[in-house]
Design a protein around this ligand. Structure first.
Ligand code: 13P
Length: 252
């Protein structure tokens, strides 16, 4: 069966010292809760500290983005080799905030995903519809198209290291959550698209997370759905008690 993955996306929050203190507090709360993988994706400058703090625990560390070129004149960007050397194991790619504020497209998401997989990372590829697309009734078409474009040229073997995060943009940071039924249905559309591209076995095996105001109150209901294999959590991943409660829901 596919793995449930509970991952925090810290976005632009936490300094290195806050990172160390957070993980020290979190580690005993989630120790032994191994029915899910537990990941914290943190700002670049916090990664080395986070990796050190998470040593000997069941918490894995990831980055929030990565560039697709190996090196060169790309001011402000960070390469796969840099992230590897400091011990990151996961990379979020194509988050809607990257698409919305920093000009990322399905093309750059695809390039970054390919680079991350070639470098041996687990890639958490984010996609999801905006509010107008849901209201227009074209959510299924949008997520299906994004799945195809974001994964173009990725082999079935490399797909084993891909996690999809379905994040309806209207639910991110808004306190609005997709209903468990909406989350299940749209994750199901993504799974069907994967089946069309890679076959039923690959579709059954891939982890598809839900993201968008998942918290300690709604996690159990969302995670109970057959097509929801975990969460990508923003705000609630910044609080030890809330994040622990979500891990508990995945272990119930
Ligand atoms: P919130 O949980 O704060 O809505 O953020 C979700 C998200 O964007 C995770 O990547």
């Amino acid at each position: 069966m596919r793995r449930t993955v509970i991952a925090g996306n810290w976005k632009m929050n936490m300094t290195p010292s806050q990172t160390a203190a957070f993980i020290k507090e979190l580690a005993p709360c989630v120790a032994g809760k191994d029915a899910c993988d537990i990941v914290l994706c943190v700002p670049y400058v916090d990664i080395a500290t986070a990796v050190e703090a998470a040593k000997g625990t069941n918490i894995k560390i990831g980055a929030e983005n990565v560039h697709f070129e190996e090196k060169g004149a790309y001011t402000g960007e960070v390469s796969c080799a840099m992230l590897k050397e400091i011990g990151a194991e996961y990379v979020i790619i194509g988050h809607s905030e990257r698409r919305q504020y920093f000009g990322e497209t399905d093309t750059t998401v695809n390039l970054r995903t390919k680079a991350a997989l070639a470098a041996g990372f687990k890639a958490i590829v984010c996609l999801g519809e905006v509010k107008d697309e849901r209201l227009a009734g074209i959510t299924d078409e949008i997520v299906s198209m994004q799945t195809k474009l974001d994964l173009a040229g990725i082999s079935a073997e490399d797909l084993k290291n891909v996690i999809i995060a379905y994040e309806p943009v209207w639910a991110i940071g808004t306190g609005l959550t997709a209903t468990p039924e909406q989350a299940d249905e749209t994750c199901g559309v993504i799974r069907k698209t994967i089946a069309d591209l890679y076959g039923d076995e690959a579709a059954e095996a891939i982890t598809i997370q839900y993201g968008g105001s998942m918290n300690d109150k709604n996690a159990a209901e969302l995670l109970a759905k057959v097509n929801v294999d975990g969460g990508l959590i923003g705000g609630a991943s910044l609080k030890v008690d809330a994040f622990t409660a979500i891990v508990d829901a995945a272990n119930a």
